[in-house]
Design a protein around this ligand. Sequence first.
Ligand code: A3P
Length: 318
Amino acid sequence: MGSGIHLGDPQSCCPTETEKGSRMEAKESVFRRKLVDVHGVPLFWSIAEEWGQVETFQAKPDDLLIATYPKSGTTWVSEIVDMIYNDGNVEKCKQDAIFNRVPFMELIIPGMSNGVAKLGNMPSPRLVKTHLPAQLLPKSFWESDCKIIYVARNAKDVVVSYYHFYKMAKMHPEPGNWDEFLEKFVAGEVAFGSWYDHVKGWWEKKKSHPILYLFYEDMKEDPKRELQKLAQFLEKEVTEEEANRILHHTSFEEMQKNPTSNYKMMPTAEMDHSVSPFMRKGIAGDWKNYFTVAQNEKFDKDYVDKMKESTLLFRMEI
Ligand code: A3P
């Protein structure tokens, strides 16, 4: 790792005044920094700095990759897949936080987290999370022919969810006000870049690679049907009883109160749930509470232009 800034345990007791001061300094220098361009995609400064580690990540053929644009249902599908891998055993899945069971590969924050290192210490078969656009995925995933699950969510709900997430998750730059954030999102000037390029890029990759491409709205509409698709793709038998247990355990209400899936085990310095909870609303169509008529018209016009050459169709509500 490069120049490590070590924060130690943010919850630890009784730091001295000097320690408090240097922690403050370190936190300020870690959080709310400008995004840095990596091959045309804005990423957290620390991922850019450690890009060499990410690029050379060694995937294994039995790794399962869960790829998404942020705020598209990553945690939801991760919990479902982990339950399938553990034969519907709730207790096993509750042994650790979702961000340790399904490590975020490219997330490197000096002194706080390193997805590449975490995965290096994990027994196989590994579940791996990424938000990278297809063109930035480490090539070992393609060479190892790993199975990939991609979850996409309609752009309007993503931008609303992302706006709230920017406010509570401090690795992001300050979002500005809603209108400013919406402009940045449309321009692709947010972490992990353009939503439009992301969903289209992975959709294209589906033609040449084993990718199960799912939609958040379909999961909301009929979770059982989507669970069956997942089980089939993973070649796992899921009994009726297991399916019911998985569906209950991964419902929004259950995940919201489960400390191992609601991100409350993350240090407050990184994610402040009092600003906005990670498990916020979990619905389709919340964008209607945020977009003004003018914003919606402008967004739709631009959307048609950006998506016109794609066969991808999204439902903005269900
Ligand atoms: P909202 O902010 O719209 O509520 P990700 O895991 O990719 O960061 O996505 C987070 C979004 O998925 C949040 O959306 C969160 O509430 C929603 N989500 C998480 N678990 C869910 C579940 N079990 N059912 C429905 N939505 C869920």
